[in-house]
Unconditional design. Structure first.
Length: 345
């Protein structure tokens, strides 16, 4: 029998040897990566007595389980691909905020949080959140947000997606000139909320600037606080609202609608129902986007409307006014600086 490389060119042999060498070198890294992920448990009698201790010890890819109990504690989660899970509603994080922001501040990417309660978040800026998202990619499942100034606040722009399912947002918030929302999201790629309940939050319920927002099968109640905001305010891209029940009252929002859309569109409403308990006529949707909304099978009460463009021109005039005002301020500031420079010569 000839040599094992008989009939095989030397360049091909060299390539195979090089590929094999690379696999040998990578094997320890791959094994180490798999072994690095571990499970940490926080709670009385555990290695980590509270969530903040587990947050300091956790590494990328870990799972942190928080045992049932009430924790007057907060945590900053900086790891990527982290899973944080409680024992259910009886796992309560409450009354203590980190960095003046939230009970949980999430700076890592691709984080999942499930099965716990986040309650009574308060900060000096009056926007204390159950969860403050500052990373990219967040999944929330079966959480309760109770009497927080805000439930989820995602203030930073992100290319990631936020997915919320089977969560409850109740009480807390505030109305008035600077209302807070149960969910307030800046320019992320996707916000999807499904099968969740909003009840008794005094300001608004959902404020989104996401490139795409999907609201599916939710129970959204609004109007319990003084001068409440609209239930849903969309300032970003596409908005899809399907199979939701929106209950408005007893107080009417300042804009006579449940949903206010003033982003880039497109808009789709399918099989939604608005229950109006305010005693005033409302629209399900104020469309200030300039694009036509697609509607199918939506229900409103007698005297109410599914769609309206009421206030659109006032809104556009206000935008022009404020832009002109800002431009004039900038020009005047430049002129003053120029005059000061001339006088100072």
């Amino acid at each position: 029998m000839g040599p094992f490389w008989h009939g095989t060119s030397w360049p091909r042999i060299a390539f195979r040897q090089k590929a094999l060498s690379r696999l040998v070198l990578l094997a320890p890294v791959l094994l180490t990566g798999n072994a690095a992920a571990s499970a940490l448990t926080a709670g009385p009698g555990q290695e980590y007595p509270n969530p903040s201790a587990a947050a300091q010890a956790a590494r990328d890819g870990d799972t942190v389980r928080i045992e049932a109990g009430t924790y007057y504690d907060c945590a900053v989660w900086s790891q990527n691909h982290l899973t944080i899970t409680g024992a259910g509603p009886e796992t309560v994080i409450t009354d203590t905020t980190c960095l003046g922001k939230a009970l949980f501040v999430v700076t890592g990417n691709d984080v999942t949080i499930r099965d716990l309660t986040l309650a009574r978040a308060r900060v000096p800026d009056l926007n204390g959140a159950g969860i403050r998202m500052e990373g990219q990619g967040l999944t929330l499942e079966r959480l309760r947000f109770v009497n927080d100034e805000a439930g989820l606040l995602a203030a930073s722009t992100s290319v990631g997606a936020i997915r919320i399912s089977d969560c409850v947002f109740e009480a807390g918030g505030r109305g008035g000139e600077r209302p807070t929302f149960a969910v307030s999201v800046s320019a992320v790629s996707l916000l999807r909320i499904e099968h969740s309940t909003f009840n008794g939050v005094k300001g608004g319920q959902i404020k989104t600037a996401a490139d795409r927002t999907e609201l599916v099968g939710n129970q959204i109640g609004s109007g319990t606080g003084a001068a409440p905001a609209v239930a849903i305010m969309a300032t970003g891209g596409g908005l899809i609202i399907e199979d939701n029940v929106l209950s408005i009252g007893p107080n009417a929002p300042r804009s006579a609608t449940a949903v206010l859309a003033m982003g880039r569109g497109p808009l789709t409403l399918r099989r939604d129902r608005m229950e109006n308990g305010t005693g005033q006529r409302l629209a399900l949707l104020f469309n200030w986007t300039g694009t036509n909304a697609q509607v199918e099978g939506d229900q409103v009460g007698q005297g109410d409307r599914v769609l309206s463009r009421s206030g659109l021109w006032r809104h556009r005039a206000s935008r022009v006014y404020h832009r002109t005002k800002d431009t004039l301020r900038h020009v005047v500031s430049l002129m003053i600086r120029g005059l000061r420079a001339l006088v100072g010569r």
